[in-house]
Unconditional design. Structure first.
Length: 336
């Protein structure tokens, strides 16, 4: 057994390692699970008891020798690689600057909003951006003569005169996802619906024809307006800080009754102003009936907020167009 150990020791000493391939071949031959070192230790059970101490010591010496040769060769190869590519051994020298991208401010704001609502017990639902009339208007209690159904306010992909064929539109809000959710799942429901929406509007500093929304829906027994307001206030404080100035005021939406809006105070060079960040309200019973949810048993609230407006307030941006122009000078300010 000692002779066999000495033979392996000599093989280790004579093995030439000059590149990465040699290093890997050495590892496989001697240090791998099926290598000679492991096979040598597997024979320990056949060694006579009186020789175990001597043989074990010799085996450990060979194992240490092999591991040391591997580590030394690996280190030398790394040094050679650094010198080949011009790297310096002085680690105190400053590194060359690296240029990396960053998340868009809209993405950063949306991720923060998602995290807040996940903390508040909501999950996330999704739906298509191309919607039919039922999900985008009818189920949400929009009357046939509502201005939103006009081409001046909505991008129609297909407008049909056939009563058996529904109009197709680029969704004007993410509320259709609420309809799909209530059609496919029984209450209780607590979800947010983030996504892009489209409206046929003039581009100004405060409005754009495409923007991003996060809508929310909570349906259960005995849901009330107090829970809605508390949810919105909690969101505002988590998003803007506990000292945020906000106000809640009455409003009107076809799909909620009663309805409210929330404003947040926006400081600017002119002193500041109230800026609306969301609309909300208790789900109208007509909406429940359109998706076969009994309004005598269930109540619920819904809200919708613009990610673009939230981001503008969050980062002090005074023109929504900056979010879509992809100006590197602007986007570089949001590197984390």
């Amino acid at each position: 057994m000692i002779d066999n150990i000495e033979k392996i020791k000599k093989e280790i000493q004579d093995f030439n390692i000059s590149n990465e391939d040699d290093l890997e071949a050495f590892r496989l031959e001697f240090l791998s699970r099926n290598g000679k070192i492991q096979s040598m230790f597997a024979l320990m059970g056949k060694v006579p008891k009186e020789q175990k101490a001597e043989v074990g010591k010799a085996m450990n010496g060979v194992k240490v020798l092999a591991q040391q040769k591997f580590d030394d060769a690996q280190l030398e190869l790394k040094k050679a690689t650094r010198k080949e590519f011009g790297a310096l051994d002085d680690i105190t020298l400053p590194v060359e600057p690296t240029y990396a991208g960053s998340f868009h401010p809209l993405t950063q704001a949306l991720d923060e909003m998602k995290q807040i609502f996940l903390r508040l017990g909501f999950n996330i639902a999704d739906g298509p951006e191309l919607e039919n009339d039922f999900h985008n208007f009818t189920a949400l209690n929009f009357p046939p003569d509502h201005p939103a159904r006009d081409m001046q306010d909505t991008f129609f992909v297909r407008k049909s005169d056939d009563q058996n064929e529904q109009d197709l539109v680029l969704r004007t809000h993410t509320s259709p996802v609420q309809i799909r959710l209530m059609k496919n799942q029984q209450p209780p429901l607590r979800s947010i619906m983030p996504g892009r929406v489209y409206r046929n509007e003039a581009v100004t500093a405060k409005s754009y024809f495409q923007f991003n929304q996060v809508e929310g829906l909570y349906v259960d027994k005995n849901v009330n307006m107090g829970e809605l307001i508390e949810t919105l206030v909690m969101f505002a404080k988590l998003m803007y800080g506990s000292d945020v100035k906000y106000r809640v005021r009455p409003s009107y939406f076809p799909f909620t009754e009663p309805s409210i809006e929330m404003d947040v105070w926006w400081e600017n060079e002119k002193g500041g102003q109230w800026l609306e960040i969301l609309g909300a309200g208790m789900v109208d019973p007509n909406v429940f009936e359109s998706v076969n949810v009994d309004p005598e048993i269930y109540t619920g609230f819904a809200f919708g907020m613009g990610v673009d407006r939230i981001a503008m307030l969050r980062y002090g941006i005074d023109d929504i167009r900056l979010l879509y122009e992809n100006d590197i000078r602007f986007l570089e300010q949001f590197k984390s």
